[in-house]
Design a protein around this ligand. Sequence first.
Ligand SMILES: CC(C)(COP(=O)(O)OP(=O)(O)OC[C@H]1O[C@@H](n2cnc3c(N)ncnc32)[C@H](O)[C@@H]1OP(=O)(O)O)[C@@H](O)C(=O)NCCC(=O)NCCS
Length: 380
Amino acid sequence: MSEISEKIEIHRGLKGVYFDRSRVCFIDGRAGELRYCGYTIHDLAENSTFEETCYLLMYGELPRRAELEAFSAELKAARSLPAPIYEVIRAVKDAHPMDVLRTAVSALAAFDPEVADNSREATLRKGIRLSSQVPMIVAAHEHLRNGREPVAPNPKLGHAANFLYMLKGTEPSADAAKLMELDLILHAEHGSNASAFTARVVAGTEANLHAAMTAAVAALSGPAHGGAAENVMRMAQEIGDPAKAADYVKAKRAKREAVMGFGHRVYRAEDPRARHMRAGVERLSREMGQPQWYQILEALVAAMKPYARLGVNVNVDFYAGVVYYLNGIPADLFVPIFAIGRVPGWTVQVLEQFENNILIRPLTEYNGAAPRSYLLIEQR
Ligand SMILES: CC(C)(COP(=O)(O)OP(=O)(O)OC[C@H]1O[C@@H](n2cnc3c(N)ncnc32)[C@H](O)[C@@H]1OP(=O)(O)O)[C@@H](O)C(=O)NCCC(=O)NCCS
């Protein structure tokens, strides 16, 4: 028992705890609402580009045309990796792409001329550089691990299309580029999720953006956070037939295991990002003559209906994985793609932390052994 008389309230997993204010992302989990800087995710999903959304997150306002052009040019100019980074990727190429990404982001700290400058301006410049470098790392790794040389970026293409181009070596169709763009917008920022919180904890110690982002990539790699999209596709493949979805859910729940792509720490209503990806899965699986994927996912939704009443609904990752799969992207790149979208979000979270910095240091209540005497080793 603790000797301290103050009343201790424990919020495991920090559920429901507000630790600071943020002007970037508004989430209403009950209503299923998400807004970036006041703009609903639906308007952004339907009308925006990744570059524009990235600008909005970083500067708080939608850009005017000239501002957007200058910002896009800055992102394009930042599409380069120092030569030793390719060697780092080569050295660890057999690891999971998230481990490779984490290692390469960490290594980039050694080459960024402003690494130790935590001013707002320098942090923004670094955030822009990292926004362009993270997709390059993911694409370069895909080639290097398959014995090919990386594909140089294409300055004619926007952020999303250029990533697909670097990944596949051919220009993507307008449709494929648009879906990737949508995916990156939907993933760009999401308040105090595990990886953004991790980034803020690191920034809270006054470490730099590269350190915070390395830690954020590490946090994102887990299946309870970014890894869900990869696991949803595996689940869909394992189920194989819409008629088997209900039994799959029954078996999972009997073992008290989570069904991937369902549930969220904040959303009780459906994740508002999910519907945009659902439309993509529906269309792609029809167009590509593989309707079973959409049918399996919808059968899973039907089987999970009883849990919807408890606030367990589909999240964005439920549909994202199948979109990537139908675009011919290997399953272990699904989480890195999430990371590509999230770089601006991590950057602004770190910026906000720096703005009014405080060391993040919660407490744990001691419930270990009572005070006892130390015994010399020969007396134990
Ligand atoms: C995301 C996640 C970790 C949130 O966990 P959490 O905040 O602790 O979950 P909640 O408090 O909302 O859970 C409430 C109840 O719903 C159940 N539940 C939550 N997610 C579930 C899921 N995916 N499948 C089945 N049941 C689930 C929980 O087991 C819990 O039931 P209990 O009270 O009987 O134990 C969890 O939902 C999960 O593991 N989902 C699958 C992974 C995933 O898709 N992650 C991506 C998130 S974007």
